[in-house]
Design a protein around this ligand. Structure first.
Ligand SMILES: Cc1ncc(C[n+]2csc(CCOP(=O)(O)OP(=O)(O)O)c2C)c(N)n1
Ligand SMILES: [Mg+2]
Length: 342
């Protein structure tokens, strides 16, 4: 079946026992993943009600990738991502209020209401987009890595993108340059099996996408993107390689999105079956983590409920905040739009 080989690890083996994460760290992973999941569900609802304009691409199913990988970063590292960016922004520490307000196009949004869902930014957190052009941000990330190396700051630049971007020319140009110039960059391909409605096998001659790194003599790793611990440990290795040795890595995170590509296609789309989605839901990253925590005695049902209540309150508060916030003032129309422009 189309894309089966490339997605096999997302179905993969049961959750590995005994990951080296403290109970506190596990609770924090769970809090962030549940926050993203609920935020996305409510963002989808707000979009359907016409309260959010433009495009909206939800991250439901892929939460372990953003959460596990961001946990390995330092506060001054650089991050770029694609239009499917809400989860990355929240995992990086942008507040639910500032992200929701941005979706609503309000002045209190992280991009002052002018970026919307696909263009979340917060330079103070090194979060440099939110980019709508497939693969467009990959060379930008190499520039950030180059800046870090040039200034000898030992910062790392991380770039998240979907598997459809690996056939874009700039991906290859950037990987070549990053390897040649030994840049402290980490390229994280989130292989969810589909680029819009096109299965990977219909678009790529190579299904093991991490192997693309071989062409550039770059380190690579295939990772179970549904397992937050596997994501974290692969990212730890890549960060060390970047920060200490100033060398790039390509990480292929095998994951799956449980909802449509964007709000314009049906829940599971016509390009895959309900059964397929159901099969992948068996390895829901949140359920896997919860099962581990319950089994290890780190959390009981009451503890899970308390996490739920906390994140529900946070997201509900973000919605009220977004709804009640003012639109950008008309006088702001030309500010922050063009460098030096008025
Ligand atoms: C250069 C370019 N071509 C086409 C598009 C339209 N487009 C938007 S998302 C998308 C699919 C990308 O899929 P993938 O990279 O796998 O990321 P995912 O949506 O699965 O996260 C396409 C073709 C675009 N935004 N930019
Ligand atoms: Mg994809």
């Amino acid at each position: 079946m189309a894309g089966t080989r490339a997605r096999s690890r997302a179905k993969g083996a049961p959750h590995p026992a005994g990951p080296a994460a403290s109970p506190e760290q596990c609770r924090e992973y769970l809090r962030q993943m549940r926050l993203i999941r609920y935020f996305e569900e409510k963002a989808g609802e707000a979009y359907s009600l016409g309260k959010v304009g433009g495009f909206c691409h939800l991250y439901i199913g892929q939460e372990a990738v953003a959460v596990g990988s961001m946990a390995a970063l330092r506060a001054d590292d650089y991050i770029t991502t694609s239009y499917r960016d809400h989860g990355h922004a929240l995992a990086r520490g942008l507040s639910a209020r500032s992200v929701m307000a941005e979706l609503y196009g309000k002045a209190a949004g992280c991009s002052r209401g002018k970026g919307g869902s696909m263009h979340l930014f917060d330079a103070s957190l090194g979060f440099l987009g939110g980019h709508g052009i497939v693969g467009g941000h990959i060379p930008l990330t190499a520039g950030m890595a180059f800046a870090a190396k040039y200034r000898k700051t030992d910062q790392v630049a991380v770039c998240y993108f979907g598997e459809a971007a690996v056939n874009i020319g700039s991906f290859h140009e950037t990987l070549n340059m990053a390897a040649l110039w030994k840049l402290p960059a980490i390229f994280v391909v989130e292989n969810n099996g589909y680029g819009m409605g096109t299965a990977l096998a219909r678009a790529s001659s190579l299904l093991d996408l991490a192997h693309r790194a071989y062409s550039y003599e770059m380190a690579e790793e295939v990772v179970d993107g549904q397992d937050v611990f596997a994501v974290r440990s692969a990212m730890d290795r890549a960060v060390e390689r970047a920060r200490v040795e100033s060398l790039p890595t390509l990480l292929e995170m095998r994951t799956y999105r449980y909802v449509g590509h964007s709000m314009s296609d049906a829940a599971h789309g016509t390009y895959r079956t309900k059964d397929e989605v159901e099969e992948f839901r068996q390895r829901d990253p949140i359920k896997l983590l919860e099962a581990h925590m319950l089994e290890a005695g780190m959390m009981d049902e009451a503890g899970l409920k308390a996490v739920d209540e906390m994140i529900t309150a946070e997201v509900e508060d973000a919605i009220v905040f977004a709804e009640e916030s003012p639109d950008p003032a008309p006088g702001e129309l030309w500010t922050d739009v063009l460098a030096g422009g008025q």
